[in-house]
Design a protein around this ligand. Structure first.
Ligand code: 4AD
Ligand code: MG
Length: 431
């Protein structure tokens, strides 16, 4: 038997004319007792296919029953047709039906809860497929960027004996009768790992028991974290800029059709990757008050303030450095030129807020112990972390980038849930 060469819908559209063999799922269907129109969907695109009854007399009963999401293979001739959804149409000569789908439980007007419960099916939508492709490009781009820049990928466990970021956002699990926690960050491990490999990164899930239901928080998110010896805050900011510039460039290169389908303004996105600004926390507070927000020095920005701040400084991505030490974690270094403030940054994206959090770390053991005491933190079982300061401490810096936040920003998504295939939130643990 002759081997059939199946091509993708997108390849068929590129081919423009001649014979094609395609396979996929019924995206839409309509027809009469003489003719049936199927819009066929595969991972690449959709295309209209026409079946005339006279060619399929023996198969017509079956064809008539084809419903949305039925799986088929078709063979026919492609031609241009301006009225068809993607400008081309296949006149079908042969069809093989794999399965006639049951009534598809996703229609036009389903609410968010239903789409959540049927997430495994909702992923088949053109929108979610586009996002999945962009996500894949972005993750690969991050790996490529760090490897090109001499970083070694080193993993850390998800079960931990104590927490790194602390606070109320820890998930406690039972670990053979003992308490353990799901990791909030790779950082404590990383600050030790760099004494071996100097430059390390990892992309892995972090877990946060975020009870607040916001449009930018997940309870499980993918965290791209980086730690490097011998680099300071300025080097780290440069690394962050280069990283974002690179991944945005890659996404534009690989996924222009997907970005277009999501309504992303590509020329603006292209410009964004170079529209960085840099200010100090104190300047942010001043500007916010000037613009009518009521916020005092020493307070953390609210979501609205973070979103707006970037625009006030006429850029798309804004590094805010030198937060007051009182609102920073104990591990961030102190800027000796601006005492009482950190060698840290938050990178805020216009319209969204924080997407990256990083700092030059406190490298001095005595100082870090003082900070811990002041914050009344007992590292306890995590005292091993401080070995990074006991045995050959070096200047070092690192950051954590929220993968879903970056996708949400690039794609202009209303809710962070859209940027991950199976989101986890306080309300979503199924499917
Ligand atoms: O700001 P965070 O909590 O910083 C850390 O965990 C540091 N230990 C990182 C480091 O220096 N290695 O988290 C880092 C980033 C945030 O800027 C945000 O983009 C993302 O992770 N993030 C979340 N994304 C989705 N849902 C959540 N609940 C998130 N919490 C943080
Ligand atoms: Mg943060």
């Amino acid at each position: 038997m002759e081997k059939v060469n199946f091509i993708s819908v997108q390849e068929a559209i590129k081919k423009k004319s001649g014979k094609v063999s395609l396979r996929g799922w019924v995206y839409r269907e309509r027809g009469s007792n003489k003719i049936k129109f199927i819009v066929l969907r595969d991972s690449s695109n959709i295309i209209q296919c026409v079946l005339e009854r006279e060619k399929f007399e023996t198969q017509w009963d079956e064809i008539d029953k084809l419903k949305i999401e039925s799986s088929v293979e078709i063979h026919g001739k492609i031609k241009e047709d301006k009225r068809a959804p993607t400008g081309y149409e296949v006149l079908v000569d042969k069809i093989k039906i794999f399965q006639i789908a049951e009534e598809y439980p996703i229609g036009k007007d389903l609410n968010e809860k239903l789409l959540g419960d049927r997430r495994h099916l909702w992923l088949r939508s053109r929108k979610m497929t586009a996002i999945l492709k962009i996500r894949s490009t972005l993750l690969f781009a991050l790996h490529k960027f760090f490897r090109k820049n001499n970083f070694i990928e080193v993993e850390a466990p998800s079960f931990t004996a104590s927490t790194s970021e602390g606070g109320s956002t820890t998930f406690e699990v039972s670990y053979f009768g003992k308490k353990a926690y799901l990791t909030q960050s790779w950082q404590f491990y990383a600050e030790n790992i760099i004494h071996a490999v100097e430059r390390a990164y990892a992309i892995a899930p972090s877990f946060r028991a975020e009870k607040s239901r916001t449009s930018r928080h997940l309870t499980e998110f993918w965290h791209c974290e980086v730690e490097a010896a011998w680099i300071n805050l300025d080097d780290l900011i440069k690394l962050t800029k280069d990283c974002l510039h690179y991944v945005i460039e890659e996404v534009i290169k690989e996924n222009t059709p997907e970005l277009v389908s999501l309504g992303v303004n590509i020329p603006l996105l292209k410009k964004s990757k170079d529209r960085f600004g840099r200010i100090k926390y104190s300047e942010a507070i001043e500007k916010l008050n000037e613009m009518g927000h009521k916020i005092k020095y020493g307070e953390d920005f609210g979501a609205e303030e973070e979103k707006k701040l970037v625009g006030y400084f006429n850029c798309d991505l804004l590094f805010v450095t030198n937060y007051p030490l009182e609102i920073l974690k104990f591990y961030h270094g102190e800027d000796l030129k601006n005492p009482g403030t950190g060698t840290n940054f938050n990178l805020l994206a216009k319209g969204l807020g924080e997407i990256v959090d990083g700092s030059q770390r406190e490298e001095n053991l005595d100082k870090i112990i003082k900070r811990l005491k002041k914050a009344k933190i007992n590292l306890g079982i995590s005292d091993w972390y401080l070995d990074s300061r006991r045995y050959g401490s070096v200047p070092h810096s690192g950051f954590g980038l929220g993968v879903e936040r970056v996708i949400q920003w690039i794609c202009g998504l209303e809710n962070i849930k859209e940027s991950i295939p199976f989101p986890r939130t306080p309300d979503m643990i199924y499917p």
